[in-house]
Design a protein around this ligand. Structure first.
Ligand code: SF4
Length: 393
């Protein structure tokens, strides 16, 4: 164990490893999860979807980082990025003295200060393959908590690169997962283009159709491709992948737009050899999105989506809730300022602001869900706070 340099599974820690994520579950909420039901409390009813909260990838990442803290007490423990996008868990790690590595202008880890004996935990999102090479060269112990669902996407991207396909990645360019995934194409000698939304997908389709030139697209989105990248629409092959937490409908729409452009420009047969796609939304993300749609079909007075403001999967849950009924995306109980004011993130502007009159005296039926990186204990704190607004202690 002392000499082990690359730990990829909790079991590799050896005897007596712990499932630390269970510390952040609470029995009242766990019972609800089993029934997909309703919790009546303080004259209010809280309605939960069939799926919410921690996914298996987050469970694993939490277990691995807290086990690292327990096993290597006294060692310097670093994280490559936020372990997950949740302020509560990140706060707990800070309390334990976990440090963060910095990134340089190319978004690669700055490893100069590391020395043998240090422990570096790779977050659930994974990291650039060059970071892993640099960490290995430093002789540190790497604890890799990258989610298996993301590693499956990497395999797909590696396959594209090996077969001469440019990876077209639907994802947020500044998200750790997107950066880690596209680096797998570079590792195999390939390249990539990142597309953030349907509008950008349509512009790439214009390039394939010869209505916009390749250089103009790359000039407009300089961060969409690696430096010095160029391509020829008449000869290139493209394979699609997506960040695991995107909206499935949006990813599928982009796929169809690009496939349609290849068909129109080069014909059906050529398209079969030149365009590939694969739905890489993870099952846990999909389950949470589907379950929320079902929950929103119920007769509710308002809905709360709980999770980090920078959490991709939570912000997509918020987009699903938008316009259906009064809803608020909050990070935790501290965002509930009073019965008159709540601090919530508006998905239309991508920013948090204080909103008024969110909780009226007639509010009774509240839908509540949480993103894949939100512990149940946060939901419990929120529910208790709301109940205290109705009947102050
Ligand atoms: S949301 Fe999906 S891909 Fe992300 S950590 Fe969870 S299981 Fe893994």
């Amino acid at each position: 164990m002392a000499d082990q340099k690359f730990i990829k599974k909790l079991s590799e820690f050896g005897e007596g490893f712990k499932h630390h994520h269970e510390d952040y579950a609470v029995s009242d909420i766990s019972k609800i999860r089993e029934t997909g039901g309703v919790w009546e409390l303080g004259g209010l009813s809280f309605h939960f979807p069939e799926h919410f909260g921690f996914c298996y990838g987050v469970d694993k990442a939490i277990d691995m980082v807290f086990e690292t803290c327990g096993r290597f007490e006294g060692a310097r423990i670093y994280l490559t990025d936020q372990l997950i996008h949740n302020p509560y868990i990140n706060g707990k790690l800070k309390e334990k003295g976990v440090l963060y590595l910095k990134r340089d202008a190319r978004n690669l880890l700055v490893c100069d200060g590391l020395r043998s004996g240090d422990k570096v935990v790779v977050s659930a999102f994974g990291t650039d393959f060059r970071d892993i090479e640099n960490l290995k060269a430093r002789g540190v112990t790497i604890v890799d908590s990258t989610c298996g669902a993301i590693i499956n996407v990497w395999k797909r991207v590696e396959g594209y690169a090996k077969n001469g396909f440019i990876t077209v990645m639907h994802g947020k360019r500044n998200h750790e997962e997107t950066r880690a995934t596209v680096s797998q194409a570079v590792k195999e000698g390939g390249s990539y283009l990142t597309i953030e939304n349907v509008r950008e997908g349509r512009e790439l389709a214009s390039v394939i159709l010869g209505r916009m030139c390749e250089e103009d697209f790359l000039k407009k989105y300089p961060e969409a491709a690696p430096q010095g990248f160029s391509f020829d629409r008449t000869a290139c092959k493209m394979g699609m992948a997506n960040q695991t937490t995107m909206l499935k409908g949006e990813s599928l729409e982009i796929q169809e737009i690009l496939r349609g452009a290849f068909r129109e420009a080069f014909g059906e047969e050529a398209t079969r050899g030149r365009f590939r796609s694969f739905d890489t939304i993870c099952g846990a993300t999909q389950d949470r999105q589907d379950a929320l749609r079902k929950l929103l079909g119920k007769d509710l007075d308002l809905a709360l989506v709980v999770g980090g403001f920078n959490s991709s999967n939570t912000s997509h849950l918020a987009e699903i809730a938008l316009g259906r009924l009064p809803f608020y995306h909050i990070e935790g109980a501290d965002d509930i300022l009073s019965a008159g004011e709540i601090r919530a993130r508006d998905p239309r502007i991508g920013r948090a602001a204080v909103m008024k009159d969110w909780f009226s005296p007639t509010t009774r039926r509240i839908g509540i869900t949480s993103g894949a990186s939100t512990p149940d204990v946060t939901l419990l704190e929120i529910i208790r706070k709301i109940v205290s607004l109705r009947s102050p202690q």
